[in-house]
Design a protein around this ligand. Sequence first.
Ligand code: FE2
Length: 280
Amino acid sequence: MYFYHRYNGGKPQDYEGLHKSAEKGLPVVAINTTAGTSAEITINYVITDEERKVKMVMVDKNSLALISVNDPELMLSKPKGLTAATGMDALTHAVEALVTPGAYNVTKKLSIGAIELIKEYLPRAVANGQDIEAREAMVNAIFLGGMSFNNAGLGYVHSMAHQLGAVYNLPHGVCCAMLLPVVERENAKRVPEAFRNVAKALGLHVEGKTDQECAAYAITEIEKLSETVGIPKKLTELGIQEKDFDFDYLSKNALIDACAPGNPFMPTLEETIALYKELF
Ligand SMILES: [Fe+2]
């Protein structure tokens, strides 16, 4: 935060949204230790406002790190749960950046490359943290996926995941992983053709298959991968009960999250509430 105060003034809240800073910050050397968020190579960063219980999404060209270090050896001791969650966050970046209307040829190739690597190597990295080949492949995957969403944008999985993480203090990657099939099922009803590439990257021979078949395959594969790496399916498994869940507050904030405009369609408040209900 210091460099924003030093060079741009104000408080963190002033920078929520798109390109709010006037000046470049101090040079940042970002050393990645999680292989997931891609914050070290993108213009995005996220800060939780604990008073309002929202995650503020800052998209700011002045926040790009000067040097980014992605060394898989720094990730060998990462625990299983964190490996799974951050890996599924990376998958969410690649998938959302592939189905968004903002995707174009270069970002599509980057996303496809990321998804292929994550499908093959995330289960290995979770099963054996010392598997340096799997760790390196995951580092490459987040680099590809990060470059993709940095240019193409994200979508409503992230909009909803930010609220879950902020209000219930859940790991971002777990929120993304739980919401990914839920939101993509809705996206697939509107833009099934966008899922051909997702299905192909996840191993389907798409020739002769309909767009709907591709979408169904892709979503099932995502669910299988999530299960393999130990992501819970329902919020009750994380101690959150439906009767205590603040559907209205989370849904209203999801609608105004900075990632929402990247989604193939804009859900209504009622549709957002229905999507959160699927997590129970
Ligand atoms: Fe993310």
